[in-house]
Design a protein around this ligand. Structure first.
Ligand SMILES: [Zn+2]
Length: 282
């Protein structure tokens, strides 16, 4: 430990010297064995000083930098709800995080004001079908997918994002053939929709008290996470603040952007294979 402290003192001295252009002091403070580390840190600190950042690096910053590579995109499905959606919006406002709400047309009819508020606060509004009863991949009735997508989009109206976000649903959050049928794909392609899937689903609806730890595990097991939560009345969102606080403490950053791997269809163009999500059986 004494050695590290000595090196720390040395690189700070070197950095100050370089800032002051007194380069002759470098030779005096550098120990030959520590030369690479000292020089590297001194150069990094000199660059930071030039950029205007005057805070000297602290021990542990390397760990923070590594953790901060974890990026999380939040999304909230199945709302809006008159009690839970305002609660979620308030928490997101406190944390200064923008997200996307994938709403149901059936709920939107009476509760569009909640989407207007979310939209006004910088969140995106996406389409999550009208009644969310039968996954489109399990629906055989012609016209159903068209209605489920088009009717909800109509209700979202001018609150829609220009990329026209649509998120299908299946069963238990699984990414399988229950998500889409050929008619749904046709509607999405013709309508210029962007299909938004996910890569983390902590089952907050099934474990309202216990989803946070599972969510953290999922988020920190990959560099980019698009997580599905639900602004519905299960009580799970009472833990949202805790989840966000813990994720931030562990170094995660939040973005409104979706990971490219979660977008098989962008503005009507099929970018990735969709066979996994498409039930094309008669
Ligand atoms: Zn859903």
């Amino acid at each position: 430990m004494a050695g590290i402290q000595t090196i720390d003192r040395q690189y700070l001295t070197v950095a100050r010297s370089m800032r002051a252009s007194r380069l002759q002091t470098i030779a005096r403070v550098l120990l030959p064995a520590a030369l690479p580390t000292v020089l590297y840190r001194a150069l990094a600190l000199r660059d930071a000083l030039r950029r205007g950042g005057l805070t000297p690096p602290r021990r542990g910053d390397d760990v923070q930098e590594h953790r901060s590579m974890t990026q999380i995109t939040l999304s909230f499905d199945n709302g809006p709800d008159p009690d839970v959606t305002p609660q979620v919006l308030e928490i997101l406002r406190r944390h200064d995080i923008r997200t996307t709400f994938f709403v149901l047309g059936d709920k939107l009819r009476e509760r569009r004001y909640l989407c207007e508020r979310a939209h006004g606060e910088g969140h995106a509004i996406g389409n999550h079908t009208d009644n969310h009863l039968v996954p489109l991949g399990m629906s055989r009735a012609a016209g159903t997918s068209t209605f489920e997508i088009a009717r909800t989009q109509e209700l979202i109206g001018d609150l829609a994002h220009e990329r026209k976000f649509f998120r299908p649903f299946g069963g238990g959050g699984l990414l399988d053939k229950r998500l889409l049928n050929p008619e749904a794909v046709e509607v999405l392609v013709r309508g210029g929709f962007t299909c938004v899937l996910w890569n983390a689903i902590p089952e907050d609806w099934a474990r309202p008290e216990e989803w946070v730890e599972r969510a953290l595990q999922q988020c920190f097991s990959q560099p980019e996470t698009l997580i599905v939560l639900h602004d519905i009345a299960t009580g799970a969102m009472n833990k949202l603040d805790r989840f966000l606080t813990l994720a931030k403490d562990r170094g995660a950053s939040f973005t409104q952007e979706f990971p490219a791997s979660c977008i098989p269809i962008e503005r009507g163009e099929i970018l990735r294979p969709i066979d996994t999500y498409l039930n094309s059986a008669d």
